[in-house]
Write a protein that binds this ligand. Sequence first.
Ligand code: NDP
Length: 289
Amino acid sequence: SAAPVTVLGLGAMGQALATAFLTAGHPTTVWNRTPDKADPLVALGAVRAGDVTAAVAASPLVIACILDYASVYETLAPATGALAGRTLVNLTTGTPAEAREAAEWAASHGFAYLDGGIMAVPPGIGTEQAFILYSGEREVFDAHREVLERLGAAHFAGAEPGLAALLDIALLSGMYGLFSGVFHALALADSANVPAAEFVPLLSSWIGAMATAVPHMAHQVETGDYADGVVSNIGMQAAAFGNLLRASEEQGVRPDLFTALHSLMQERVAGGHGAEDLTGVVELLRNRA
Ligand code: NDP
Protein backbone atom coordinates (compact mmCIF):
# COMPACT_ATOMS: atom_id res chain seq x y z
CA SER A 1 0.00 0.00 0.00
CA ALA A 2 1.10 3.59 -0.68
CA ALA A 3 3.23 5.39 1.93
CA PRO A 4 1.51 7.88 4.23
CA VAL A 5 2.41 11.53 3.75
CA THR A 6 1.67 14.78 5.59
CA VAL A 7 1.26 18.16 3.91
CA LEU A 8 1.65 21.34 5.99
CA GLY A 9 0.37 24.53 4.33
CA LEU A 10 -2.72 24.42 2.15
CA GLY A 11 -2.40 27.55 0.05
CA ALA A 12 -2.83 27.21 -3.71
CA MET A 13 0.32 25.09 -3.92
CA GLY A 14 -0.14 22.98 -0.78
CA GLN A 15 -3.65 22.06 -1.92
CA ALA A 16 -2.28 20.96 -5.30
CA LEU A 17 0.42 18.86 -3.61
CA ALA A 18 -2.05 17.17 -1.26
CA THR A 19 -4.46 16.52 -4.13
CA ALA A 20 -1.71 14.79 -6.13
CA PHE A 21 -0.91 12.50 -3.18
CA LEU A 22 -4.58 11.69 -2.62
CA THR A 23 -5.13 11.01 -6.32
CA ALA A 24 -2.21 8.56 -6.26
CA GLY A 25 -3.73 6.77 -3.28
CA HIS A 26 -1.41 7.92 -0.49
CA PRO A 27 -2.97 8.19 2.97
CA THR A 28 -2.64 11.96 3.35
CA THR A 29 -2.76 14.03 6.51
CA VAL A 30 -3.11 17.79 6.11
CA TRP A 31 -2.77 20.86 8.30
CA ASN A 32 -3.22 24.56 7.60
CA ARG A 33 -3.14 27.60 9.90
CA THR A 34 -6.64 28.44 8.69
CA PRO A 35 -8.24 24.99 9.09
CA ASP A 36 -11.15 25.30 6.64
CA LYS A 37 -8.74 25.31 3.68
CA ALA A 38 -8.55 21.54 4.31
CA ASP A 39 -12.27 21.06 3.53
CA PRO A 40 -11.92 20.17 -0.18
CA LEU A 41 -9.08 17.76 0.66
CA VAL A 42 -11.06 16.06 3.42
CA ALA A 43 -13.78 15.55 0.81
CA LEU A 44 -11.14 13.71 -1.28
CA GLY A 45 -10.21 11.49 1.67
CA ALA A 46 -7.53 13.46 3.52
CA VAL A 47 -7.29 13.42 7.32
CA ARG A 48 -7.35 16.88 8.90
CA ALA A 49 -4.90 17.01 11.84
CA GLY A 50 -5.98 19.02 14.87
CA ASP A 51 -2.53 20.55 15.33
CA VAL A 52 0.92 20.53 13.72
CA THR A 53 2.35 17.94 16.11
CA ALA A 54 -0.41 15.46 15.29
CA ALA A 55 0.09 16.19 11.58
CA VAL A 56 3.83 15.47 11.83
CA ALA A 57 3.28 12.31 13.91
CA ALA A 58 0.94 10.86 11.25
CA SER A 59 3.60 10.20 8.56
CA PRO A 60 7.31 9.42 8.17
CA LEU A 61 7.40 11.98 5.33
CA VAL A 62 6.30 15.56 6.01
CA ILE A 63 6.01 18.12 3.20
CA ALA A 64 5.95 21.83 4.09
CA CYS A 65 4.78 24.39 1.54
CA ILE A 66 4.11 27.63 3.37
CA LEU A 67 4.62 31.29 2.49
CA ASP A 68 8.27 31.71 3.50
CA TYR A 69 10.96 30.26 5.79
CA ALA A 70 9.91 32.41 8.75
CA SER A 71 6.43 30.87 8.59
CA VAL A 72 7.96 27.36 8.34
CA TYR A 73 9.90 27.91 11.60
CA GLU A 74 6.86 29.48 13.24
CA THR A 75 4.73 26.51 12.20
CA LEU A 76 7.20 23.77 13.14
CA ALA A 77 8.65 25.21 16.37
CA PRO A 78 6.18 23.26 18.55
CA ALA A 79 6.72 20.05 16.55
CA THR A 80 10.52 19.60 16.33
CA GLY A 81 10.34 16.77 18.87
CA ALA A 82 7.73 14.97 16.77
CA LEU A 83 9.90 15.42 13.66
CA ALA A 84 12.84 13.50 15.16
CA GLY A 85 13.50 10.37 13.08
CA ARG A 86 11.23 11.57 10.25
CA THR A 87 11.92 13.43 7.01
CA LEU A 88 10.93 17.01 6.30
CA VAL A 89 10.79 18.08 2.66
CA ASN A 90 10.54 21.85 2.56
CA LEU A 91 9.04 23.02 -0.73
CA THR A 92 8.70 26.60 0.49
CA THR A 93 10.52 29.07 -1.78
CA GLY A 94 13.62 30.66 -0.24
CA THR A 95 17.27 31.51 -0.79
CA PRO A 96 20.23 29.08 -0.76
CA ALA A 97 21.38 30.54 2.59
CA GLU A 98 17.92 29.97 4.09
CA ALA A 99 18.01 26.37 2.86
CA ARG A 100 21.45 25.75 4.43
CA GLU A 101 20.27 27.23 7.72
CA ALA A 102 17.16 25.02 7.67
CA ALA A 103 19.31 21.92 7.02
CA GLU A 104 21.40 22.78 10.12
CA TRP A 105 18.23 23.34 12.14
CA ALA A 106 16.95 19.90 11.06
CA ALA A 107 20.24 18.20 11.93
CA SER A 108 20.26 19.83 15.38
CA HIS A 109 16.80 18.33 16.03
CA GLY A 110 17.60 14.87 14.62
CA PHE A 111 15.41 14.75 11.55
CA ALA A 112 16.27 14.28 7.88
CA TYR A 113 15.82 17.28 5.59
CA LEU A 114 15.47 17.92 1.89
CA ASP A 115 15.06 21.39 0.47
CA GLY A 116 13.04 21.73 -2.70
CA GLY A 117 12.14 24.17 -5.43
CA ILE A 118 8.88 23.69 -7.29
CA MET A 119 9.12 24.46 -11.01
CA ALA A 120 5.39 24.49 -11.74
CA VAL A 121 2.24 26.44 -11.03
CA PRO A 122 -0.41 24.71 -8.89
CA PRO A 123 -2.49 23.36 -11.83
CA GLY A 124 0.70 21.79 -13.24
CA ILE A 125 1.40 19.67 -10.13
CA GLY A 126 1.10 15.96 -10.88
CA THR A 127 1.30 16.56 -14.65
CA GLU A 128 4.06 15.93 -17.20
CA GLN A 129 5.08 19.61 -17.17
CA ALA A 130 5.95 19.83 -13.50
CA PHE A 131 9.42 19.25 -12.13
CA ILE A 132 10.79 19.77 -8.66
CA LEU A 133 14.42 20.33 -7.65
CA TYR A 134 15.71 18.72 -4.46
CA SER A 135 18.93 19.07 -2.49
CA GLY A 136 20.20 17.32 0.63
CA GLU A 137 21.40 13.83 1.42
CA ARG A 138 21.15 11.54 -1.59
CA GLU A 139 19.98 8.55 0.51
CA VAL A 140 17.10 10.60 1.90
CA PHE A 141 16.09 11.63 -1.61
CA ASP A 142 16.32 8.05 -2.88
CA ALA A 143 14.26 6.75 0.05
CA HIS A 144 11.34 9.08 -0.78
CA ARG A 145 11.78 9.51 -4.51
CA GLU A 146 8.84 7.35 -5.53
CA VAL A 147 6.43 9.34 -3.35
CA LEU A 148 7.91 12.68 -4.45
CA GLU A 149 7.50 11.72 -8.12
CA ARG A 150 3.72 11.92 -7.59
CA LEU A 151 4.12 15.70 -7.63
CA GLY A 152 6.17 15.91 -10.82
CA ALA A 153 9.55 14.75 -12.10
CA ALA A 154 12.05 14.79 -9.23
CA HIS A 155 15.46 16.28 -10.09
CA PHE A 156 18.26 15.79 -7.54
CA ALA A 157 20.32 19.00 -7.61
CA GLY A 158 23.05 17.85 -5.20
CA ALA A 159 23.97 17.22 -1.59
CA GLU A 160 24.68 20.86 -0.75
CA PRO A 161 21.34 21.96 0.78
CA GLY A 162 21.25 25.35 -0.99
CA LEU A 163 21.51 23.96 -4.54
CA ALA A 164 17.80 23.42 -5.18
CA ALA A 165 17.03 27.01 -4.17
CA LEU A 166 19.93 28.27 -6.28
CA LEU A 167 18.80 26.42 -9.42
CA ASP A 168 15.20 27.48 -8.75
CA ILE A 169 16.26 31.13 -8.69
CA ALA A 170 18.51 30.67 -11.75
CA LEU A 171 15.61 29.16 -13.70
CA LEU A 172 13.28 31.93 -12.56
CA SER A 173 15.89 34.45 -13.74
CA GLY A 174 15.71 32.86 -17.19
CA MET A 175 11.93 33.09 -17.07
CA TYR A 176 11.78 36.72 -15.95
CA GLY A 177 14.41 37.70 -18.50
CA LEU A 178 12.30 36.07 -21.21
CA PHE A 179 9.14 37.71 -19.89
CA SER A 180 10.89 41.10 -19.77
CA GLY A 181 11.65 40.77 -23.46
CA VAL A 182 8.13 39.65 -24.24
CA PHE A 183 6.62 42.57 -22.32
CA HIS A 184 8.82 45.06 -24.15
CA ALA A 185 8.05 43.44 -27.51
CA LEU A 186 4.30 43.49 -26.85
CA ALA A 187 4.45 47.16 -25.84
CA LEU A 188 6.32 48.02 -29.05
CA ALA A 189 3.92 46.07 -31.28
CA ASP A 190 0.97 47.63 -29.48
CA SER A 191 2.45 51.12 -29.91
CA ALA A 192 2.02 50.62 -33.67
CA ASN A 193 -1.37 48.88 -33.32
CA VAL A 194 -0.04 45.62 -34.70
CA PRO A 195 -2.68 42.98 -33.90
CA ALA A 196 -1.63 40.23 -31.50
CA ALA A 197 -2.82 37.63 -34.00
CA GLU A 198 -0.18 38.87 -36.43
CA PHE A 199 2.64 39.53 -33.96
CA VAL A 200 2.44 36.59 -31.55
CA PRO A 201 3.34 33.84 -34.07
CA LEU A 202 6.37 35.87 -35.17
CA LEU A 203 7.46 36.46 -31.57
CA SER A 204 7.00 32.83 -30.55
CA SER A 205 8.93 31.46 -33.49
CA TRP A 206 11.74 34.03 -33.00
CA ILE A 207 12.06 33.17 -29.30
CA GLY A 208 12.18 29.47 -30.14
CA ALA A 209 14.93 30.04 -32.74
CA MET A 210 17.00 32.18 -30.36
CA ALA A 211 16.67 29.68 -27.51
CA THR A 212 18.77 27.24 -29.54
CA ALA A 213 21.79 29.48 -28.77
CA VAL A 214 21.70 28.67 -25.03
CA PRO A 215 23.95 25.57 -25.05
CA HIS A 216 26.67 27.41 -27.01
CA MET A 217 26.46 30.37 -24.62
CA ALA A 218 26.76 28.02 -21.64
CA HIS A 219 29.84 26.45 -23.26
CA GLN A 220 31.41 29.91 -23.67
CA VAL A 221 30.78 30.67 -19.98
CA GLU A 222 32.28 27.32 -18.93
CA THR A 223 35.42 27.79 -21.03
CA GLY A 224 35.69 31.57 -20.58
CA ASP A 225 36.30 31.77 -24.35
CA TYR A 226 33.86 34.40 -25.61
CA ALA A 227 35.59 34.58 -29.00
CA ASP A 228 34.59 30.97 -29.69
CA GLY A 229 32.16 30.72 -32.61
CA VAL A 230 31.23 34.43 -32.74
CA VAL A 231 28.57 35.16 -35.33
CA SER A 232 27.36 38.57 -34.13
CA ASN A 233 30.04 40.45 -32.19
CA ILE A 234 29.14 42.56 -29.18
CA GLY A 235 30.53 45.76 -30.73
CA MET A 236 27.95 45.51 -33.52
CA GLN A 237 25.25 44.40 -31.08
CA ALA A 238 25.88 47.32 -28.70
CA ALA A 239 25.39 49.73 -31.62
CA ALA A 240 22.23 47.94 -32.77
CA PHE A 241 20.97 48.00 -29.20
CA GLY A 242 21.10 51.79 -29.32
CA ASN A 243 18.46 51.57 -32.06
CA LEU A 244 16.28 49.43 -29.81
CA LEU A 245 16.41 52.07 -27.08
CA ARG A 246 15.88 55.03 -29.44
CA ALA A 247 13.02 53.34 -31.28
CA SER A 248 11.37 52.59 -27.95
CA GLU A 249 11.62 56.25 -26.90
CA GLU A 250 10.19 57.31 -30.29
CA GLN A 251 7.25 54.96 -29.82
CA GLY A 252 6.66 56.13 -26.27
CA VAL A 253 7.73 52.78 -24.80
CA ARG A 254 9.80 52.93 -21.60
CA PRO A 255 13.27 51.44 -22.17
CA ASP A 256 13.78 50.57 -18.48
CA LEU A 257 13.96 46.81 -18.87
CA PHE A 258 16.81 47.11 -21.39
CA THR A 259 18.96 50.02 -20.23
CA ALA A 260 20.88 47.82 -17.77
CA LEU A 261 21.82 45.32 -20.47
CA HIS A 262 22.90 48.14 -22.78
CA SER A 263 25.23 49.50 -20.06
CA LEU A 264 26.78 46.06 -19.60
CA MET A 265 27.30 45.70 -23.35
CA GLN A 266 29.01 49.10 -23.57
CA GLU A 267 31.19 48.26 -20.57
CA ARG A 268 32.26 45.06 -22.25
CA VAL A 269 33.09 46.87 -25.52
CA ALA A 270 34.99 49.58 -23.60
CA GLY A 271 36.95 46.79 -21.91
CA GLY A 272 38.32 45.71 -25.31
CA HIS A 273 35.99 42.76 -25.93
CA GLY A 274 34.08 44.26 -28.88
CA ALA A 275 35.01 41.44 -31.26
CA GLU A 276 33.78 38.76 -28.87
CA ASP A 277 30.31 37.45 -28.25
CA LEU A 278 27.51 39.07 -26.24
CA THR A 279 27.80 36.23 -23.72
CA GLY A 280 30.85 38.00 -22.25
CA VAL A 281 28.51 40.19 -20.16
CA VAL A 282 28.37 37.17 -17.79
CA GLU A 283 31.96 38.08 -16.81
CA LEU A 284 30.71 41.47 -15.60
CA LEU A 285 27.74 39.96 -13.76
CA ARG A 286 29.75 37.41 -11.83
CA ASN A 287 32.46 39.90 -10.92
CA ARG A 288 29.87 41.48 -8.64
CA ALA A 289 29.63 38.32 -6.52
P1 NDP B 1 -0.66 31.02 -0.90
O1 NDP B 1 -0.58 32.48 -0.73
O2 NDP B 1 -1.76 30.46 -1.71
O3 NDP B 1 -0.69 30.30 0.52
C1 NDP B 1 0.16 30.70 1.57
C2 NDP B 1 0.13 29.62 2.64
O4 NDP B 1 1.06 29.99 3.67
C3 NDP B 1 -1.23 29.46 3.29
O5 NDP B 1 -1.42 28.10 3.59
C4 NDP B 1 -1.05 30.28 4.57
O6 NDP B 1 -1.90 29.89 5.62
C5 NDP B 1 0.37 29.94 4.91
N1 NDP B 1 1.00 30.85 5.85
C6 NDP B 1 1.41 32.14 5.63
N2 NDP B 1 1.98 32.65 6.74
C7 NDP B 1 1.93 31.67 7.68
C8 NDP B 1 2.36 31.57 9.02
N3 NDP B 1 2.98 32.61 9.62
N4 NDP B 1 2.17 30.42 9.69
C9 NDP B 1 1.55 29.36 9.09
N5 NDP B 1 1.12 29.38 7.80
C10 NDP B 1 1.31 30.53 7.11
O7 NDP B 1 0.77 30.59 -1.50
P2 NDP B 1 1.16 29.26 -2.34
O8 NDP B 1 0.50 28.08 -1.75
O9 NDP B 1 1.01 29.55 -3.78
O10 NDP B 1 2.73 29.22 -2.06
C11 NDP B 1 3.30 28.44 -0.99
C12 NDP B 1 4.78 28.29 -1.28
O11 NDP B 1 4.94 27.64 -2.55
C13 NDP B 1 5.54 29.63 -1.37
O12 NDP B 1 6.80 29.51 -0.77
C14 NDP B 1 5.66 29.82 -2.86
O13 NDP B 1 6.77 30.63 -3.20
C15 NDP B 1 5.83 28.38 -3.34
N6 NDP B 1 5.56 28.24 -4.79
C16 NDP B 1 4.37 28.66 -5.30
C17 NDP B 1 4.13 28.60 -6.65
C18 NDP B 1 2.84 29.09 -7.23
O14 NDP B 1 2.78 29.25 -8.45
N7 NDP B 1 1.80 29.28 -6.45
C19 NDP B 1 5.15 28.08 -7.57
C20 NDP B 1 6.34 27.58 -6.93
C21 NDP B 1 6.53 27.69 -5.59
P3 NDP B 1 -3.38 30.55 5.79
O15 NDP B 1 -4.29 29.79 4.85
O16 NDP B 1 -3.70 30.32 7.22
O17 NDP B 1 -3.24 32.00 5.43
